[in-house]
Design a protein. Sequence first.
Lengths: 194, 475
Amino acid sequence: VEVNRRMELESFSVDPKDSHHGRDAILKKAFSYREGLLAFAYAGLRDWSLAEDVVQDAFLVIMDKWQDFEEGTSCFSWACKIVQYKTMEACRKKSKNAKHVEVQFCEHLGEAVSRLYSEEYELEAMRMRQALGECMKKLSAESIDILYEYCDGSLSCEDMARSRNRSVNAIRLIVSRVKKQLRYCVDFRLRELA
Amino acid sequence: MMKNAGDFEKCLRGEMSETELGHLLDRMRRDDACVLEFIRYSIEWQAIREKSSALRGLSRVCSESMGVECLGEKSKFPMNRRFFGRKFDRDVSSSSLRGRLIWVTGVVVAASLAFLLYVPGIQKIPIDSVESDGVNVAKIITFDGSSVLVGELGIESGVIGTIKNGQNIYVQRGIAKIYFEDGTEFSLEESSRVKVLNTNEGLRIGIESGTLDAKVAHQIEGRHVEITAGGMNVIVVGTEFRVHVDDESSSVVVRSGVVKCSGVTRGPQMMVGTGEEAEIKGGSEIHVGKSVGSDFVASSPVRVPCVANAMVRTGSDFQDVNFGSQRAVSIKRRHTGHLTREAYFQFKIPNGVTLLQSAILQLSQIRKGPSVPFYIAADLLFDQWDERTITYRNRPTDGKCVALWQSLAEPGDIKVDVTHAVREALANGTSELTFRIHSTIEDRWDAEVDYSTWERRQGEAPCLQLYINKSNGVK
């Protein structure tokens, strides 16, 4: 359903005379890429709070500059560029040193995303997310908790292990096992849907 | 399997040293495939975090009516039969004869157990003997001066608590309200002892003593609410009623809709309709008749319009800005990115209202709600504030929670029972009261609900509906 809705959005056309509708349509379309954009911002910054702020700021820019979007071009690439620009800004602010390896990493990643990651990949990722959502519903509450804490990164593995009376290795093993199961499940579901 | 997964994971968890990050960067510069792999890994990482966050937020509530399955529940989708321990894509037809025999035996045993549990005359496991499994099933709010025990835990007045599946609830003093994910609400009066159990067939409530007022949301096919009250069983699929249990008898009074009543030994079922009452004494037969209680004193409500409303918003750019003239208010909670928004609605109760039957706060949700519904709370305040000057920084906050509800998926009216709040205001001799509307959880940043203000169209304006007993009018 989510993918179909996305397809519907793909076919929209902006009427420049209808400014309200035009802005909403572009925002709506850009918003459908939110998860991917958040992933890019996080990959560069490795801080969820900063990444969410960056995406939020990017949407404010999209809202203000929606008229700059050229019809017929890719809304995904446009939104990506804005997010990358904002990510770089945040990265420089975070590191305070332009030569720092973190800034270089962020720069290279941003450049690579626009060069290598196309809208088709994003559609594929959208299907993956949908399948992943279904697969994750089958996990136990404990596995969900561990996965969340692990991917959120706010707790160290030592803290996660201590709160569960387990060893750090056991936590890493659980994460690895659950992720493997999820990959099997996602692959299977994608094949089923195909 | 990704060959760089270990390094990517370390990087995304922020566990990489500067040197290690430099090495990874070098590898990425040399090989585009490595960058693409990292981008895909990040996308998967983000998706796992977001989905697990949403599933954690739902707190393992088995809310089939909202299209959410219980965590860990086995799905009907074929692959999930083999989710843990085996490959998903294994073809069932290729399984061994031994495997088939085990499967067939399992099915026969399960069918026999199901038959034994459902055959008439044989009861289900008594609710009293079920232990709590620690899964959250509902929220509870207690009102001023109340004293409520949920399991071993005392819930402070005006604070939202959580009820776990199978927990005992004892209202020592005052009144408590329980809210379920599907919209079902229970109000428990003083000295009530109940136990709540959420099963695959629906909610099971055991009332040991006291009085329970229920507003049951329409149940999806295959689910119903079953209440065991003393010697009586009440089965509901969506209605409003009141159940009372004492040492000698159990009774149910139906305000709207129909319930099915029977003795706990599964005797004949009696239908009890609107305005009717069923009573059972000491294990004898059920008697159904017209209710003569005051529960049905219907009176048309007095509509009290909102006299002031405003939104306040966090963030250095907005915390001193007044949003008092907007035609809509937004509710969301997110501390990062200056996204928290709350709303204030003020009402003035007309002079002369004393015998209040009930009070309903009506708000109009003007846009679609978030995909995952979230809880909105109303706090009662008596502070003075001005619609033209209120901001986030000078807003009054010293209230206590009096109601809780869920955002709607589609635009529509929300009607919230705030009888206790209005009664408290009247008892304090105060005619002006404010509801501070806010989200109770730090939610996804895009989860937002918008309500109309009085500046919008008349039909959508916020109001209080007061139902007053006929012997009391409004001067």
